[in-house]
Design a protein around this ligand. Structure first.
Ligand code: TXA
Ligand code: MG
Length: 346
């Protein structure tokens, strides 16, 4: 385990990557498992370490918009406008791929996803490595993304060369992914940059049906990753959405009938659920933030899901915000994906 505030450790991380190794690096969203995006064998090792299907492409990370030509080609003006607004930051754009990027990075497809991460240590490693870095979230495929170095270690110890510890990730959910190869542009994954913010620059943006779980249209999802049950603990999860009174009535009922349940709840629910926890040893209650504070919810969600999973509960109930505004859209999406879109709407 290396430390991101020690320059010698950051230099060591870059040196491992230059030699073809894999290092988990902190970003503002989640930890990424980084390696040289131009080296096919490195990219294959990234898939192997995560246990990820090879048709699910990786995001390539660059220092700034100036380096985008190393990764993509035929870059439209709107990509520059988006980068001026949010790079470095939690926004990934999908563009036609530069032939220098191996097909292994893009799942064999003609497009590439690229972003510039907003974390000083990641930027320093990019600088020292001198190549674009492929970096999917540094979790085992199917687990919630890692928001601390400890989460990375739990999943990937022994399978990667090092972890650079930069503390907990600020945003806590993965970047927004928007495709610029479709007309109109298409939101493939909601994240730290909201749909409303994208509208300001792009005008109309279609939302991929996979974002809300609506796969009935028969369309293939725009982002291959959307078809996998992601971000998910091992125990079955139900999202619980609705007015506080109705949602709490539902929770209390489920908890009474089945004590081996973990409840991931809003801070505001503790007044009701806290006393119950004292009565029942089997009930696990994990607050993940105030329902009024989407930043807190996105920051705390994945850690809470991991804690719920580690508790040994038979199933997990997660209080889900009703709103789709701003960052709430990303929080709702990650909860619904963890729940395989099983939602109790009350
Ligand atoms: O915040 C993030 O984006 C983090 C940090 C480490 O940067 N990375 C991340 O990578 O979440 P990953 O691999 O876990 O998720 C990448 C998502 C997947 O859903 C994948 O299918 C999609 O982006 N994606 C990658 N390349 C694509 C492409 N060419 N077209 C459409 N979707 C793509
Ligand atoms: Mg991931």
């Amino acid at each position: 385990m290396l430390k991101s505030d020690l320059p010698a450790d950051v230099a060591r991380a870059a040196s491992i990557i230059r030699q073809g190794g894999l290092v988990a690096l902190p970003t503002e969203t989640v930890y990424g498992l980084a390696g040289n995006a131009l080296d096919t064998s490195v990219v294959q090792r990234i898939y192997a370490a995560k246990g990820r299907p090879s048709d699910n492409p990786l995001i390539v990370h660059v220092r700034s918009f100036d380096d985008i030509g190393q990764v993509a080609q035929d870059v439209p003006d709107v990509a520059r406008a988006l980068a001026e607004g949010w790079w470095p930051g939690p926004l990934t754009v999908v563009l036609p791929k530069n032939p220098a990027i191996p097909g292994e990075v893009t799942g064999g497809g003609p497009t590439v996803a690229v972003r510039s991460p907003d974390h000083p240590a990641f930027q320093q490693v990019l600088d020292a490595a001198g190549v674009p870095l492929a970096a999917p979230s540094a979790n085992t495929a199917g687990k919630p993304s890692p928001t601390t170095a400890r989460h990375v270690w739990e999943d990937l110890r022994g399978k990667i060369d090092a972890v650079l510890d930069g503390g907990p990730c600020r945003v806590g959910v993965e970047s927004t992914v928007v495709s610029l190869v479709t007309d109109p542009p298409r939101l493939l994954r909601p994240g730290g940059v909201s749909l409303e913010e994208l509208w300001d620059v792009l005008g109309y943006v279609e939302v991929d049906p996979a974002v809300s779980g609506d796969m009935t249209s028969g369309e293939a999802p725009g982002s291959p990753g959307m078809k996998y049950r992601h971000y998910a603990p091992a125990a079955p999860v139900t999202a619980v959405t609705g007015t506080p009174v109705n949602a709490l009535r539902y929770l209390l009922d489920r908890v009474e009938n089945n004590p081996d349940v973990a409840v991931v709840c809003f801070d505001e629910d503790l007044g009701f659920l806290g006393p119950l926890r004292e009565e029942s040893d089997d009930l696990v209650v994990i607050p993940y933030g105030s329902q009024e504070d989407p930043d807190a919810l996105s920051h705390g969600l994945f850690e809470a899901l991991r804690t719920a999973d580690g508790s040994g509960a038979d199933y997990i109930l997660v209080r889900c915000p009703e709103s789709n505004d701003g960052l709430y859209r990303a929080v709702r999406n990650r909860i619904l994906k963890a729940a395989a879109f099983q939602e109790a709407v009350l």
